[in-house]
Design a protein around this ligand. Structure first.
Ligand code: ATP
Ligand code: MG
Length: 405
């Protein structure tokens, strides 16, 4: 099996996906725009070859360059697990005659209006929404939908440029800040808890799913630096209060005609129990939430994904033994990490539950918490009992502190 893997070195999980493919016997051909020497060591070990293009973001040119570089060599799969490259992957499949999602099937995963329109047609509850291409259209949409509203780009990721407006004054303040976005999706603001529904799917049949709970909701977490955001992979995704979201997840994959690979959906549960669709990507979640799945089940879902896309099999036994909490930290102060407080006590109290300390070391420069949920690193804990998991996660949030100067 010859598999083209787009951007095999970035984001951080990609070396693991490259490894997963190689371990199930695929010949992995990496495609990227960085020099081969700069690929992470683990990626280099997994690759059979590396094809360098001028820029992954120039789709037409990349397709032409790759067609020439491959010179008729047979390609069996084209895989991309990074949101900005989903359409390039689709174009390459079409250009090289490779099975998998083409451009038309990929657009509803990329374009948030096309996504909601397709799901509306399938009877799935989406937030009320209007696509607006001008300031006047935004005002019109807000009036029709009613405040509070959410404004976001139709092709967003990482919550960049997503704004909540509670009234006309707030909308007036936000409009200039999104003037660079050509088309925005204006949505009904849905109040509630926010969850994921993540799957590995083969020919439309879900093989494995994961439900994670965001504490607090991502928009709040990314608007307040003092918060240590938590993502909790739940040990019991079949609990009654999650059933509506899981059922919606299955229905969404059917409605969008997803075939094979990883998916990552977000959904809301309102206080009255109503379940509302958020968004979906034809790719895994980021911020090490795939690693989190591995810690929840003690399996290797990177390798099972590789097996799913190459051999159409998922072989690992799914036994959810733990709730897993990832607690992302943001240092106080700017510049370089100078001190970390509370870690020793944390290990003394909960050492057995801590499976990964990924905090930046002393001496490292801070990361931009607005650009990456990972922020200044994270601590990952797991425990069979949810209340215990949440209590430890909250301790990490409040008692572990990084200081920068
Ligand atoms: N209609 C809505 N009602 C309530 N909250 C919303 C709504 N739309 C978006 N949000 C909030 O904004 C966040 C970001 O929105 P969304 O997930 O659509 O954008 P994104 O840029 O793809 O983000 P990410 O890549 O971080 O998932 C959501 O996780 C949610 O907290
Ligand atoms: Mg989102």
């Amino acid at each position: 099996m010859n598999v083209l893997l787009l951007s095999p070195g970035y984001p951080a999980e990609m070396p693991e996906f490259a490894r997963g493919l190689a371990e199930v016997g695929a010949s992995v051909i990496g495609v990227g725009d960085q020099p081969a020497e700069r690929l992470p060591e683990r990626t280099r070990r997994a690759l059979a070859a590396y094809l360098r293009v001028h820029s992954l973001f120039d789709e037409q040119r990349s397709v032409a360059e790759l067609r020439a570089a491959l010179g008729g060599r047979r390609i069996d799969r084209v895989e991309s697990l990074w949101e900005p490259l989903m359409l390039l992957a689709a174009r390459l499949r079409e250009a090289l005659g490779v099975p998998g999602l083409g451009v038309a099937a990929t657009v509803p995963f990329r374009d948030k209006e096309a996504m909601k329109q397709t799901l509306d047609a399938a009877g799935i509850r989406t937030p009320r929404h209007v696509a607006a291409g001008s300031v006047a259209a935004c005002w019109d949409a807000a009036e029709r939908i009613g405040f509070p509203v959410i404004l976001k780009p139709i092709a967003g990721a990482g919550s960049a440029d997503t704004w909540r407006c509670d009234d006309a004054d707030e909308l007036r303040g936000v409009l200039p800040r999104i003037a660079h976005v050509p088309v925005v999706s204006v949505e009904e603001f849905v109040d509630g808890e926010e969850y994921t529904f993540d799957t590995v799917t083969i020919d439309g049949a879900v093989q494995y799913y994961n439900v994670a709970w965001y504490r607090p909701r991502p928009l709040i977490a990314r608007s307040n630096e003092w918060i240590s955001p938590q993502v909790i992979a739940l040990r019991e995704p079949d609990a009654a209060e999650l059933a509506g979201g899981v059922a919606m997840g299955f229905a969404v994959l059917r409605a969008l005609g997803f075939e094979t690979g990883f998916t990552h959906m977000e959904w809301y549960r309102k206080a009255d129990g109503e379940v509302v669709f958020g968004e979906i990507g034809a790719r895994p979640p980021g911020a090490h939430q795939v690693d989190q799945m591995n810690y929840a089940c003690d399996f290797d879902v990177f390798r099972e994904w590789g097996r799913a896309v190459t051999a159409h099999r998922f072989e690992a036994r799914i036994e959810r033994r733990y709730n897993v909490a990832t607690v992302y930290k943001r240092a106080q102060g700017q510049g370089t990490i100078r001190a970390i407080a509370g870690l020793e006590e944390l290990y003394r109290r909960h050492g057995a539950a801590i499976v990964w300390n990924n905090l930046l070391p002393i001496g490292a420069p801070r990361r931009n918490w607005r650009q990456t949920l990972v922020s200044d690193g994270f601590v990952l804990v797991r425990h069979p009992d949810l209340a215990t998991t949440l209590a430890i996660a909250d301790e990490i949030g409040t008692r572990v502190q990084l200081y920068a100067r």
